[in-house]
Write a protein that binds this ligand. Sequence first.
Ligand SMILES: Nc1ncnc2c1ncn2[C@@H]1O[C@H](COP(=O)(O)OP(=O)(O)O)[C@@H](O)[C@H]1O
Ligand SMILES: [Mg+2]
Length: 240
Amino acid sequence: MRAALSDLPLTLDDVSFRAGGSAILDHVSLSIEPGAPTLIVGPNGAGKSSLLRICMGLARPTSGIVTWGGRTESRPLRRAFLFQRPVMLRRSVAANVAYGLRQAGYPYGLRRNRVRELLDRVGLLDHADRAARSLSGGEQQKLALARALARDPELLFLDEPTANLDPAATRSVEEIVLGASNSGIKVVMSSHDLGQVKRLAGEVLLLVRGGVRERAAAPVFFDSPSTPEAAAFVRGDLIL
Ligand SMILES: Nc1ncnc2c1ncn2[C@@H]1O[C@H](COP(=O)(O)OP(=O)(O)O)[C@@H](O)[C@H]1O
Ligand SMILES: [Mg+2]
């Protein structure tokens, strides 16, 4: 059920994250507001996954402060996270979504209908009774999205959710993500697919070696990137 408190804006104030003796995020300050999707781009190892995990509250910064709706402590009731490789419970498709509803405290008597609604939303209603782990990679990612949406999230984080998917599955995942965004969910997603960033982004945040190198509305980022790294990304070149 919707809690009264909002997790937005999400702010990072001078956040650094160190692990294994090196700085993975280096003095990052930013604010995530409601609106069109924020796409996080940057080379492998730039810190995209670490940044998303900190935004979700899955990891704590070594220094600096994270706030959700002005609060430094916030149970992730209204946030959901999608990993590159979906993690499925060894149960049916429907039971995986029901699990998400239970976690969100959704009333028991209403769960059955809500499971069907969510499976319909991601195009998996015909597979409700199958074992989740027998689904294809693309179907599993759609199921992970249904389970995430079951939390009625205000913020949806996705870490390269289509990296392992074929174009058709990528398209369906993108459609679901855009649908979620259009319904008012704030989407924050990492990607290193230039085409995908063009298709989805309201704004782009470029991370290089743990620092925010550039952040701009998508049309500005693509038409007049102001750093060499952003220009390279827009050209489709490798950023080294
Ligand atoms: N818990 C950790 N311990 C040690 N090194 C880590 C840890 N998490 C991430 N790293 C390292 O930090 C760097 C950034 O990782 P990551 O956030 O996964 O970047 P990206 O998602 O942009 O590829 C990588 O070099 C990675 O190996
Ligand atoms: Mg990553």
